[in-house]
Design a protein around this ligand. Structure first.
Ligand code: PGA
Length: 269
C-alpha cells in the first residue's frame, strides 16, 4: 500500500536527501519528452524528494531549457571517456554539460552487457564526468548467476573499487551518486526484496568507508533500481539506507512516475 506525501512535523527528518531518478533509455521523441515535463514540473514543486530525469541525447537541450528554474534536473544516459576526438557517434561530457545536462549515468548494466563496457572504461568516465562538472550516477549490480552463487558482495566490491579507482575523497565526497541495480531485476518484473537491498546498501556503505572514510560514506546517496513500480516503491523507501530509486519502465508514464514522487520521502519511519 502506498501513502501520499503529507507534511508531518512530528517525524524525524532524514539526514540524506531522497532522490528519485527516471531513466528513459531509448524512448521518447522531443515532443513526448516535453509533454511529460508539462505534467511533472508543476508536481515536482510540492514533493519532498529531488527529481532527476535521464533523457535521450536528442532531448537534453529542449528538456533542460524547459526545466530551467524548476526542481526537475536533466541528465544523460551515457558519455565517452575522452575529452574530444575522432570517435564517430560518441558524445563528450563537456557537450552534455553544454547542452544542459547536470548528471550522467555511467556503468548501467545494459551498457556493460550489450556494449561490453569494463570497470576500467567506466572509471575513466567517472573521472571525466567529475572534471566536466557532471555528477556521475554510477550503476553497479550482479548477474543472476552471481546472485545465486552468493557472489554479490565480491562482485559489487570489485565494481566499486575499480570504477572509483584514483578518485580522491574530495572528488567523491557528495559528488558521486551510486545505484545498486541487480542485473536480474532490471526490466524483468522481479524486483529484489527491500531487505536484500538494505543489506547490500549497508555493505556498499562499508566499502565507501574503507575507501573514502566514514564521513563521505555516510553522505553518499545510494539508490536502488530494478523493476521499481508505484506498488513496490514504498517498501524500498522504508529502508534507512535506500536514499532513492532509479526507475526505468515506470518512469516512461508520467502517471506512474508521479505516483512514486508523491510518496512520503523526507522522514525516518
Ligand atoms: P526497470 O529499469 O525499472 O525497467 O527495471 C531500471 C534501470 O534500468 O535503470
Amino acid at each position: 500500500m502506498t501513502h501520499e506525501s503529507t507534511p508531518d512535523t512530528s517525524m524525524p527528518v532524514r539526514s540524506r536527501s531522497r532522490l528519485i531518478v527516471g531513466n528513459w533509455k531509448m524512448y521518447k521523441t522531443i515532443d513526448q519528452a516535453l509533454s511529460f515535463l508539462d505534467k511533472i514540473i508543476p508536481l515536482a514543486k510540492d514533493v519532498d524528494c529531488k527529481v532527476w530525469l535521464s533523457v535521450p541525447f536528442t532531448a537534453i537541450k529542449p528538456c533542460a531549457d524547459k526545466a530551467k528554474d524548476s526542481k526537475v534536473v536533466i541528465g544523460a544516459q551515457n558519455m565517452n571517456d575522452a575529452a574530444e576526438g575522432a570517435f564517430t557517434g560518441e558524445v563528450a561530457a563537456s557537450m552534455l554539460h553544454d547542452a544542459g545536462a547536470s548528471f550522467v549515468i555511467v556503468g548501467h548494466s545494459e551498457r556493460r552487457k550489450i556494449f561490453s563496457e569494463t570497470n576500467a572504461f567506466i572509471n575513466r568516465k567517472v573521472k571525466r564526468a567529475l572534471a566536466s562538472k557532471l555528477t556521475p550516477l554510477l550503476c553497479i549490480g550482479e548477474t543472476f548467476e552471481e546472485h545465486e552463487g552468493q557472489h554479490t558482495k565480491e562482485v559489487l566490491k570489485k565494481q566499486l573499487v575499480e570504477c572509483l579507482d584514483g578518485i580522491s575523497k574530495e572528488e567523491f565526497d557528495g559528488k558521486v551518486v551510486v545505484a545498486y541495480e541487480p542485473v536480474w531485476a532490471i526490466g524483468t518484473g522481479k524486483a529484489a526484496t527491500p531487505e536484500i537491498v538494505e543489506q547490500v546498501h549497508l555493505f556498499c556503505r562499508s566499502v565507501f568507508t574503507e575507501i573514502f572514510g566514514k564521513e563521505a560514506a555516510e553522505k553518499v546517496l545510494l539508490l536502488y533500481g530494478g523493476s521499481v513500480t508505484p506498488d513496490n516503491a514504498n517498501g524500498f523507501l522504508l529502508q534507512e539506507n535506500v536514499d532513492g530509486l532509479l526507475i526505468g519502465s515506470c518512469s516512461l508514464s508520467s502517471e506512474s512516475f508521479a505516483k512514486i514522487l508523491k510518496l512520503r520521502h523526507n522522514v525516518i519511519f
